[in-house]
Design a binder for this molecule. Structure first.
Ligand SMILES: NC(=O)c1ccc[n+]([C@@H]2O[C@H](COP(=O)([O-])OP(=O)(O)OC[C@H]3O[C@@H](n4cnc5c(N)ncnc54)[C@H](OP(=O)(O)O)[C@@H]3O)[C@@H](O)[C@H]2O)c1
Length: 321
């Protein structure tokens, strides 16, 4: 698919969505971007001031549970990059309403609209959170695209955000299979790097907490650091390259939270970073370059040290730390 075509990006206002919009504009695309509230400058201004936005970015107000609002944004595009989904890793009062329903129904609504509008390909943003935790995964095998989160384990342990991502991804594959919609999935890890929107998102919030001395180590989270620009590029690569099929792990490496924290402490000794036991994610095998499918498609991943520097410098420059 040639740049210059029109694509729809859901969740345009968000942390990753803003980078997707920026790169698509640089590549000459015309974009239908969705935000939740068109009258809220916090969702729109950082997009509208990007180079090329005035002529080639049209924003649509969209609610994942409102099919017509999705249809309006998807009408007239040749591809959809579906990023919008609630991302909360803190306390959840009503997981069904806050996370699962918008993630699952929203994904089905986007795919339905894509089918109705004759869209060629939909790139869906899933997560490594749809792969783990999976206590049944063999201890001697590096986690890859064959790994799916254990739904029952997550329900029993109240691990809601990963559950919402796994259910949404499963719904996407089911809908694609039954309706002949061409879907490719990106499964990013912990996304970090420069922040464009005026608010901080959940993954950069985790880095900020670490720099503030927090000793949580997210036992149930798979730690796959990845640069936000690489995640944005992976979406565009899968949109432009029909050879990319199925799920795509999108991480620079698999490491434990302890490894990541130790590297942050080494690079930024002026912060009081908690020290952790060596294995903060027992059972998860460490691996370098595990995103073999994206690498085969031409992706180059930013090294972890640079990811950390870009993340911390952005937090500093925006006054978050
Ligand atoms: N950050 C990570 O480490 C990470 C890792 C793996 C996967 N992901 C996935 O990547 C995607 C983007 O995440 P992000 O980090 O960029 O988070 P984010 O900044 O919170 O962005 C989420 C986007 O979804 C939109 N959204 C949420 N609920 C919606 C609803 N009910 N209707 C319409 N739009 C809705 C938000 O709109 P508002 O701006 O109006 O709230 C926002 O644009 C999500 O699918 C997330 O699960 C993220």
């Amino acid at each position: 698919m040639e740049p210059g075509k029109t694509v729809c990006v859901t969740g345009a206002s968000g942390y990753i969505g803003s980078h997707v919009i920026q790169i698509l504009l640089q590549r000459g695309y015309t974009i239908h971007g969705t935000v939740q509230h068109l009258d809220d400058e916090a969702e729109t201004k950082h997009l509208q001031c990007m180079d090329g936005a005035q002529d080639r970015l049209k924003l649509f107000q969209m609610d994942l549970l409102d099919y017509d609002s999705i249809l309006a944004a998807v009408h007239g595009v040749s591809g959809v990059l579906h990023l919008a989904s609630p991302l909360t890793i803190g306390a959840i009062l009503d997981p069904e309403r806050e996370l699962i329903e918008p993630a699952v129904e929203g994904t089905i609504n986007v795919l339905r609209a894509a089918k109705e509008c004759g869209v060629k390909r939909v790139v869906v943003t899933s997560s490594v959170s749809s792969m783990v935790p999976n206590p049944g995964w063999p201890a001697d095998v590096v986690i890859d695209e064959d790994c799916w989160l254990d739904l029952e384990y997550c329900k029993q342990n109240g691990i809601w955000y990963p559950l919402s991502k796994a259910l949404a991804e499963k719904a996407a594959w089911e809908f694609a299979g039954e309706n002949e919609v061409d879907v490719a999935v990106v499964n990013p890890g912990t996304v970090m790097g420069p922040i464009i929107p005026p608010a901080i998102n959940a993954s950069m919030g985790m880095v900020r907490q670490l720099l503030q001395g927090c000793s949580d180590h997210f036992t149930n989270f798979f730690i796959g650091p990845v640069h936000v620009k690489d995640v944005a590029m992976a979406h565009i690569l899968l949109h432009e390259n029909p050879a990319g099929a199925g799920r795509h792990l999108c991480i620079e490496r698999i490491c434990h939270w302890s490894d990541f924290a130790a590297k942050v402490a080494e690079l930024y000794p002026e912060y009081k970073i908690s020290s952790f036991p060596k294995d903060t994610q027992p059972g998860v095998l460490r691996a370098q370059d595990p995103a073999k499918k994206l690498i085969a498609l031409g992706m180059h991943f930013t090294p972890m040290e640079q990811i950390i520097k870009d993340a911390v410098e952005s937090l500093k420059s925006k006054g978050y730390i």
